[in-house]
Design a protein around this ligand. Structure first.
Ligand code: ATP
Ligand code: MG
Length: 200
């Protein structure tokens, strides 16, 4: 725990698995917003994926650690994994702010997720806790309607048509996932046989 007045990016996600789209988005936002650090926060059970099978939090956490280990500005937080239960972004931001009160938070989120924000728990308070950076990617049109324009910024990131769903489907049907996810993540998926079998 440290309390330096840093500019802290927060990249929340299911990361089932983490892929190069997530890493490029975090890297791009870090550069454009002069962030000192980006903390990746794997969810417990995400609230909007309640009826879906999601890989065990510990596997998703470890893949995130493997994927970010080589970048000195990337870290991983266990706040959501350790809290357990459903993950709400408001709790993530409150916990991080409690750990690092002097940090200025920049929540990094994709276009698909920002559109759900207005429906998120305690939506108004989210914008008091963090500035939101909405990254656009192929296939997702971004509408900022209903969102506070001073607290949300849109940013285009180099187009990477990668999704975790796509990676899981490829792995399940025996197609390669090399270069879509970091090498260590490919090896982790193979080692534990993730995305094989009935839930894949
Ligand atoms: P799934 O297909 O299972 O929904 P996902 O690829 O969307 O997975 P998530 O863990 O749900 O990955 O996403 C975490 C965050 O990263 C979200 O804010 C999402 O919008 C964003 N994101 C996901 N893929 C990309 C990408 N290729 N480029 C930029 N941002 C992305
Ligand atoms: Mg998603």
């Amino acid at each position: 725990m440290s309390d330096a007045p840093v500019r802290l990016g927060v990249m929340g996600g299911t990361f089932d698995p983490i892929h190069h789209g997530h890493l490029v988005a975090a890297s791009e936002v870090a550069a454009r917003f002069a962030l000192d650090e980006v903390v990746f926060v794997p969810t417990g059970q995400p609230s909007f994926k309640q009826h879906q099978h999601v890989t065990a939090p510990e596997h998703r956490y470890l893949m995130t650690v493997v994927a970010t280990a080589s970048n000195p500005r990337f870290t991983v937080s266990r706040v959501d994994v350790d809290r357990g239960g459903l993950t709400y972004t408001i709790d993530t931001l409150r916990d991080l702010k409690a750990q690092r009160p002097a940090a200025e938070l920049f929540f990094i989120t994709g276009a698909d997720a920002i559109e759900q924000i207005v429906r998120w728990k305690d939506a108004e308070q989210l914008f008091e806790l963090a500035h939101f950076v909405a990254v656009t990617r192929p296939g997702h049109q971004l509408s900022l309607e209903g969102l506070p324009t001073d607290r949300v910024t849109m940013l285009e990131v180099p187009a990477l048509a990668i999704s975790s769903t796509g990676v899981r489907e490829r792995a399940a049907s025996g197609l390669p996932v090399w270069y879509l996810v970091p090498d260590g993540v490919v090896q982790y998926i193979n080692k534990y046989g993730l995305y094989e079998g009935p839930h894949a």
